[in-house]
Design a protein around this ligand. Sequence first.
Ligand code: FSO
Ligand code: SF4
Length: 566
Amino acid sequence: MFCYQCQEAAGCTGCTKVGVCGKSPETAKSQDLLIYVAKGISLLNNMARENNIAIAKADKFVVDSLFTTITNANFDENIIIEKVREGLKLREEIKGALETAGVESFNKTTSFFDKLKTIFTGKTEDINLHDAAVWSASTLEDLHLKAETVGILATENEDVRSLRELITYGLKGMAAYLHHANNLGHDKAEINAFIQKGLAATLDDSLSADDLVALTLETGKFSVDVMALLDGANTSTYGNPEITSVNIGVRNTPAILISGHDLHDLEQLLKQAEGTGVDIYTHSEMLPAHYYPAFKKYDNFVGNYGNAWWKQKEEFEKFNGPILMTTNCLVPPTASYKDRVYTTGVVGFEGLKHIDADAEGNKDFSAIIAHAKKCKAPTEIEKGSIVGGFAHNQVLALADKVVDAVKTGAIKRFFVMAGCDGRAKSRNYYTDFASQLPKDTVILTAGCAKYKYNKLDLGDIGGIPRVLDAGQCNDSYSLAVIALKLKEVFELEDINDLPISFNIAWYEQKAVTVLLALLHLGVKDIHLGPTLPAFLSPNVANVLVDTFGIAGIGTVEDDIKLFMGE
Ligand code: FSO
Ligand code: SF4
């Protein structure tokens, strides 16, 4: 296996024996194969799209496949191989549709590769389809053999490999966000088309490094679009997040802990658990659900339990009741609580109970509710409350106050510290950075990165808390909207003239999507830590440094001086 898609890549180069995340070599290879199948499908569906016969099922398959392979989502090789087989069938279906659409010399009874001289009426040149669109295998052994040949290292040139993977990871994050929007009935054809265009481009040996850099930046444009789509889906369904105090203590009642990012899953769980005597708590990235007006009516929606994803082993243990993982980040569970963990959506782990949606997207959580009734109430690990809900609508409602504070010098600088948390000790940098920032600065956060400082008592500036949590990692979109609004209010030409610095913590591929979105919006001098991605080759890293001023992190003291212009 070879995987270097997340910040924890072994030795900052790549996992080769087993994932630091716990992913087995078999699962890693089956994920490589699934991505390859998604690429082949994208290639064919792009052709179908040009002919107005794109298959909607292909959009869903590609999005699901990308999301399934994101870090800490699915560890189950069997599920992934099943998806590979499903993809191969779908690929043939698309070929069939192309044939029906009038591809003159398309004859499935002989070799597709040899006979495909004309794909659409009027085109006469040979079209040599990439192997990803034509290979086949049926036995598990053959699938394993194929998987060995299609991994990351199959691209020999390290710069091309780096750019192909950077694009693919950006697309994985986009797929995750699109998946959530889709679950709420929102979709955008252009985003699906771009995801498939991007995937197919990673197969194209004729593209130069410059072409791939341009495609990387275009991925940033669509990253903004997908976050805007999801923001619209969330706020039109559940209302605009508002300032909310979230309880972090517990009640003496059996309960379910829900984690991950999918608000539609949460809504269904809340509805089904209402009046059953079972409480619901959020964990990690589900915390921002409390900020939405629609969920406030549930009396049994008690609070947030615990911290970021990587603390789940000890926190799930102490929770005592069942846990529902709606998306990543799942940590391989220990035997002591494994029987209490349920998965849904793209999440998978061998031996855990999985709850599927029916054809209409409805899920039956009665088994989890029944399970909760037999469990002890959660053990209290914290007391008190934390405040959040500073997404764009809420912050813009406070705009006058914020602008005044900047004009009077009460707020000197904002720090966008969005992104992810993780188990690396070096991430304590972010706690120290937040604690040591001058008192006239405000942190804008989103994503699970917040857990490094959201329980510190950093105070407020004239009633504006010094840590403003916009929500989940995708709500980094809100932070961009806020920055753009401030640029307008202060009549500035360039977003970089604002008193805002970006010190982003990354872990998995959604953070890559957020980073590319910020680059697309013109943000310069972003600091990225705790380490730079292993998938950036020295040359690609140089392009990012030279063009966008991207930098790593240093010591807390030096970085604060640098950011404050001292
Ligand atoms: Fe965190 Fe995990 Fe939201 Fe990520 S829980 S690390 S960037 O999945 O998606 O912030
Ligand atoms: Fe390693 Fe991260 Fe890949 Fe897991 S996802 S195998 S930790 S690089």
